[in-house]
Design a protein around this ligand. Structure first.
Ligand code: FAD
Ligand code: NAD
Length: 447
């Protein structure tokens, strides 16, 4: 065999495990057909958070108007985009170097299976004892006449000029995060959804509040609407039609109707790897229906969120398994999530909606930060934290927050929940004062 382990794809689900595996002496190869480092590094999380940063700052400045700050700056989209390019363009080369530097063989091109131990790239074949499929997802394309006029998340993250009127199809992460950005940069934003519920992963109450906030800032929501067609107008705009004779003319359409697995381009049927429209089917060891072939990251059909930290966790799990350090099944920890709206919503552990629906099992305490002197240093209004306790064990089992600092608060809570920390242990943590963490600690039932 040419290699001990061969990874298809170079994203978070690949390099987080491949690098330590190679360092331990294994003969490792990574095949990448596009940019090294995958979606998060090149056209996902990293690029998005750069575009979000000025919004976050501006929101904080707005909250302090007349309280020490006069005047609100505006976003210069072209300069911001240049800053984004400067940081993101080198990621591809860095991603390859990270692999080359530890002796991993990098192969650039599209991989397809020949048999269960052999993969072909541009007519050349490579063999390996074990193969890890880490091929991720690509944007879904809404199947309507004229869809070629739509752009996707990758296009938006390199948009040279912000159009006057941006229309977004979908109500998930990408749709709402990018609606927040386009609105803050000054575009008229319309969000068209086929149902009336946005961001299904997050607590209904907090999502409704974020939506109301976006509406107040001028974002229009058109719900229960199926788009039927798109056409270019004589003036160069895009004319959309939908249910009940709906018509809308706009400058730009972002198709944010989800992401689909790339496994349809791997010749899996020929070698018997089972897959469906949600991803590759794996067992509790991340093993596919073919014994020596594994899968990790967004590529797999799984219940846990398809996020960067889960992809990295799975990659590290596989490395521990391949090295013989862990022969048990994958056990997912408490997984935290955040949506980068302004304010943000973040959560970890038991879902707030589930906890509210099961009052016999869970106790939920909701606290508004409006009366909290430290959080009011920033004068943010309407920030809220829900803590979820198991009624039997009294343990903290979940939390959700809506605030500008929600990601930080929830990160602080992650170890409390994951380590099942007791009241005594929580009481023993000494945080910096004043700080968000100190403020949060005071909300927990300590001694
Ligand atoms: C706009 C956007 C914003 C996001 N923001 C966040 C965020 O803020 N936080 C967060 O946690 N997650 C975020 N995500 C999700 C995150 O990017 C993914 O969960 C993560 O990238 C998954 O990593 P992966 O390695 O499984 O797949 P990917 O990163 O998709 O990597 C798969 C790689 O495989 C390659 N490939 C596919 N098929 C082949 C083939 N046949 N041959 C060779 N190579 C192939 C692809 O080119 C790609 O580079 C975001 C996603 C998007 C699209
Ligand atoms: N902050 C973050 O962590 C973050 C940010 C962006 C993306 N992501 C990840 O990227 C992935 C993709 O995000 P996304 O927003 O593209 O997907 P998503 O699944 O979150 O949202 C897709 C949206 O499109 C709608 N939709 C699907 N098919 C449709 C159709 N035929 N017609 C109309 N609407 C349709 C869905 O109802 C949903 O509202 C997710 O796995 C997410 O975890 C994470």
């Amino acid at each position: 065999m040419d290699f001990s382990v061969l990874y298809i794809g170079s994203g978070q689900a690949s390099w987080n495990g491949a690098v330590p595996l190679a360092k331990s002496g294994a003969k490792v190869a990574v095949i990448e057909e596009s940019q090294y480092g995958g979606v998060c590094s090149n056209k996902g999380c990293n690029a998005k958070i750069i575009l979000d940063k000025p919004l976050e700052l501006i929101n904080r400045v707005k909250d302090l108007q007349g309280r020490g700050i006069d005047g609100v700056p505006t976003v210069n989209w072209e300069d911001l985009m240049a800053h984004k390019h400067e940081l993101i363009v080198p990621q591809d080369a860095h991603g390859k170097e990270r692999l080359d530097n530890v002796g991993i063989t990098t192969i650039t091109g599209h991989a397809e299976f020949v048999d269960t131990h052999t993969v072909a790239v541009d007519g050349k074949t490579y063999t390996a004892d074990k193969i890890v499929i880490a091929t991720g997802l690509r944007p879904h394309v809404l199947d309507v006449p004229g869809h070629e006029l739509f752009e996707n998340s990758t296009d938006f993250l390199s948009l040279p000029h912000m159009p006057k009127h941006v229309t977004i199809l979908g109500g998930g992460f990408v749709a709402i995060e990018f609606a927040t950005i386009a609105n803050a940069v000054g575009a008229q934003v319309d969000v068209i959804t086929r149902s009336n519920r946005l961001l299904r992963q997050f607590p209904a109450q907090y999502v409704a509040e974020v939506q109301a906030d976006l509406k107040a800032r001028g974002v229009r929501f058109i719900s229960d609407m199926n788009i039927k067609s798109a056409e270019k107008t004589a003036a160069g705009q895009i004319a959309l039609t939908g249910d009940h004779e709906f018509q809308l003319t706009t400058d730009y359409v972002l198709d944010a109707t989800g992401r689909v697995p790339n496994h349809d381009q791997l010749n899996l049927e020929a070698i018997g790897v089972e897959a469906n429209q949600r991803g590759i089917v794996v067992n509790e060891y991340l093993q596919t229906s073919v014994e020596n072939i594994y899968a990790a990251g967004d590529a797999i059909d799984k219940q846990v969120p398809k996020l960067t930290p889960t992809a990295a966790f799975e990659s590290r799990y596989l490395t521990a398994r391949f090295k013989g350090d862990n022969d048990g099944p994958i056990v997912y920890p408490a997984i935290s999530e955040v949506v980068f709206t302004s304010p943000r919503i973040a959560q970890v552990g038991v879902h707030l909606d589930q906890a509210l629906a099961e009052p016999d099992r869970y106790e939920v305490t909701e606290a508004s930060y409006d009366g909290d002197w430290y959080r009011q240093v920033e004068n943010e209004q309407g920030a809220k934290l829900s803590l979820i306790f198991d009624k039997n064990s009294k343990a903290l089992v979940g939390a959700a927050e809506k605030s500008n600092n929600a990601d930080n608060t929830i990160n602080t809570i992650v170890p409390y929940i994951q380590m099942k920390m007791t009241k005594e242990q929580l009481n023993d943590l000494v945080y910096v004062f004043p700080s968000i963490e100190y403020t949060l600690q005071r909300r927990l039932p300590l001694v």
